[in-house]
Design a protein around this ligand. Structure first.
Ligand SMILES: Cc1ncc(COP(=O)(O)O)c(C=O)c1O
Length: 386
């Protein structure tokens, strides 16, 4: 009998070890990891630099609280800011939803305003603030989430601009909607959104929890488009499996967060910081260029492999964040289980989409082999239906 709340539909696989981009289950079966623990394990398993950094910290203190000075946090914040634009301050939390809570609180406090605009198919987390700006009616049901100050506009639709006025504190948006179906932002719409939001004296919050830390081929996905957010949120791959979140806000917002205005016991924990430090060291221009290259290769291999399959409605992605949207008569979960049987781990996303978030250090040959297997499995299932 389980003593866990039944909040997850778990696959009947227990993953007990791994190396690089491979995972091994309790029966010794190997898998190529195209899910990365939902976009977390970008450097795979047993990355030497990360492992050594955490091991060194394990020999020292693990936690001291945020009541004391912390040069490791300062060092990691400095690296993060250098990679994020250069004029920011960081608040460390423990997860994506907490990073977004901090962002929303900062935006309200700084602007003195209540309203927030969010978008269709957005996902920002499951605590009350983040949940209120998440467009998944199902996961809000029964929780009395207060959405009175939230406006949901259509993603990529210029009609959103007409809904903005001076009563807004912030707009929160993803550059690629990961949970929402791997939906890519329209770059012109994004630029106009930033302009119009600033025109109404509101802040632009870019949620990079899933898109950040190299996933799309830039450190943060917004860096593809030359915009300047007021607040960036990060988590997932930032700590390579140790719980960490970060809210990165422009210096001009500093006055709104003063001692006592926000906090967390574990945020910026030493072990998570040691891991993050080693993650950020590996975020080099060459690494990011390699992700872009492999991403383009994967998308083109899938497009070729699935070219005449009617049940494939779209293949889209940026870097190594890729979605294959399937017709309703080809359930994504059946593809995921066939891929598991063939030794590939993948996940789903909204609108019957197969989502691929491979470990970023996967090699080209294995990625091409994965594309071939995915195409083969989708084709075979589609032929059975025809
Ligand atoms: C874009 C985005 N924001 C926020 C979150 C929430 O992050 P966490 O699960 O770490 O709270 C997620 C999680 O999937 C996400 O994809």
């Amino acid at each position: 009998m389980t003593h866990l709340f039944n909040t997850y539909n778990r696959y009947p696989i227990e993953l007990v070890d791994g190396h690089d981009f491979h995972l091994v289950d309790r029966n010794g079966k190997e898998y190529v990891d195209l899910a990365a623990g939902i976009g977390v394990m970008s450097f795979g398993y047993h990355n030497q630099l990360i492992q050594r950094s955490v091991q060194a910290q394990l020999e020292k203190v693990w936690h001291t609280s945020n009541l004391y000075e912390n040069s490791l946090q300062e060092k990691v914040a400095d690296k993060l800011v250098q990679l994020s634009g250069g004029d920011q301050l960081v608040f460390f939390a423990n997860s994506g939803t907490e990073a977004n809570e901090a962002a929303l609180k900062l935006a309200h406090k700084y602007t003195g305003k209540a309203k927030v605009m969010t978008f269709t198919n957005s996902f920002h987390g499951r605590t009350y603030g983040s949940l209120a700006v998440t467009d998944y009616p199902g996961i809000k049901q029964g929780f009395f989430v207060d959405t009175t100050e939230v406006v949901v506009a259509d993603y990529n639709d210029p009609a959103a601009f007409d809904l903005l006025d001076d009563s807004f504190a912030a707009v929160i948006v993803e550059i690629v909607q990961g949970e929402g179906g791997v939906n890519l932002i329209d770059p012109d719409w994004l630029k106009e959104l930033v302009f119009k939001t600033h025109d109404k004296h509101a802040l632009v919050i870019i949620d990079e929890v899933q898109t950040g830390i190299g996933r799309t081929g830039k450190f943060f996905a917004f860096q593809h488009y030359g915009i300047r957010p007021d607040i960036i949120t990060s988590a997932k791959a930032l700590g390579s499996g140790l719980p960490i979140g970060a809210m990165i806000g422009r210096q001009k917002l500093a006055s709104a967060f003063t001692p006592g205005s926000h906090g967390t016991t574990f945020g910026g924990n030493m072990l998570a910081m040691a891991s993050t430090d080693a993650v950020l060291t590996q975020m080099t221009p060459d690494f990011l260029a390699d992700v872009s290259h492999k991403g383009a290769m994967l998308i083109s291999a899938l497009k070729i492999g699935l070219v005449d399959v009617d049940q494939v409605l779209a293949i889209r992605g940026l870097g190594l964040m890729v979605g294959i949207q399937l017709a309703a008569d080809l359930p994504v979960e059946s593809i995921i289980s066939d891929l598991q049987a063939a030794g590939y781990l993948t996940i789903s996303s909204k609108h019957n989409t197969l989502r691929l978030l491979p470990v970023l250090v996967i090699d080209e040959a294995s990625l091409l082999q994965a594309a071939k297997k995915i195409s083969q499995i989708i084709k075979t299932k589609a032929e059975v239906l025809a």
